[in-house]
Design a protein around this ligand. Structure first.
Ligand code: ADP
Ligand code: MG
Length: 251
């Protein structure tokens, strides 16, 4: 069992406070969805946890299995078991997916340990089968000329190969078409049920039609203001974020 604990986190960009006391604990195997209006700090939260240098943590802590990750470099955080899915993945022309993934898996191994090529391809192909990805896909250059859906497929395959303890997926502003949404959902659903814990950030309820979260949290002005189960997402869809705002005003 692993645990990712976000404790009273405060994050600023420059002088501006964006995340203002965000707390959430995720256990192995759980899928948490964070929903909230644009500009509420959802992407800032995920980038700060990943260790993006533009985001300053001014208070609180993020613990992975009881150990603070805040002093770790982004690559150390990845090695410790965190995976951050990018809203806008980079294109790497000339580098095939097979080689890219191999380098990523190698980078995660302990120093001096060598990746066994036969074992690597066996694992790659079994993950591709699990995610129903065509073998031809691996000989293409990373994200080069990919459609939105293909980029998502590449990202999900990366996640499957790295086998993180926790994945942070920020899908908010990516304008995912229904195809890409389905790919993300199928991938996540294929990997769930084991030990993987997921923090799924989304602006739209639509994604949650495909990935049914165990817990739903509403983020407002940098913190969680309401939590519930999947019915909360449906309620949000029906009543809109103004409903949360009115409830907050009453409280
Ligand atoms: P969300 O993902 O919930 O839409 P963001 O975390 O992207 O929210 O943004 C939260 C606030 O931080 C917004 O007011 C946005 O304008 C601001 N912001 C985000 N990124 C930057 C940045 N790189 N520089 C300055 N302000 C930023
Ligand atoms: Mg965002």
């Amino acid at each position: 069992m692993s645990q990712l604990e976000i404790k009273d986190l405060h994050v600023s960009i420059g002088e501006k406070a964006i995340v203002k006391g965000f707390s959430l604990t995720i256990n192995s195997g759980e899928v948490h969805a964070i929903m909230g209006p644009n500009g509420t700090g959802k992407s800032t939260l995920s980038k700060a946890i990943a260790g993006h240098p533009d985001y300053t943590i001014t208070g609180g802590d993020v613990l992975l299995d009881g150990r603070s990750i805040l002093a770790m470099q982004p690559d150390e955080r990845a090695r410790a078991g965190l995976f951050l899915a990018f809203q806008y993945p980079s294109e790497i022309p000339g580098v095939t997916i097979a080689n890219f993934l191999r380098a990523a898996v190698q980078a995660r191994m302990a120093e001096g340990e060598e990746l066994d090529a036969t074992g690597y391809y066996k694992r790659l192909y079994s993950k591709m089968d699990l995610l129903k990805i065509d073998r031809k896909f691996t000989s293409r250059a990373v994200n080069d000329g990919f459609s939105g859906g293909e980029k998502k497929r590449c990202e999900i395959l990366q996640m499957a190969m790295l086998e993180p303890k926790f994945a942070l997926m920020d899908e908010t502003d990516s304008g995912l078409d229904i195809d890409a949404l389905r790919i993300v959902a199928e991938g996540v659903n294929a990997m769930r049920g084991g030990t993987l814990g997921i923090l799924m950030i989304t602006h739209y309820q639509r994604l949650l039609d495909y990935i049914v979260p165990d817990h739903v949290h509403v983020m407002w002005d940098g913190r969680i203001v309401k939590s519930g189960d999947k019915s909360l997402a449906l309620e949000l869809e029906a009543k809109g974020y103004d409903w949360v705002k009115q409830e907050l005003a009453k409280a």
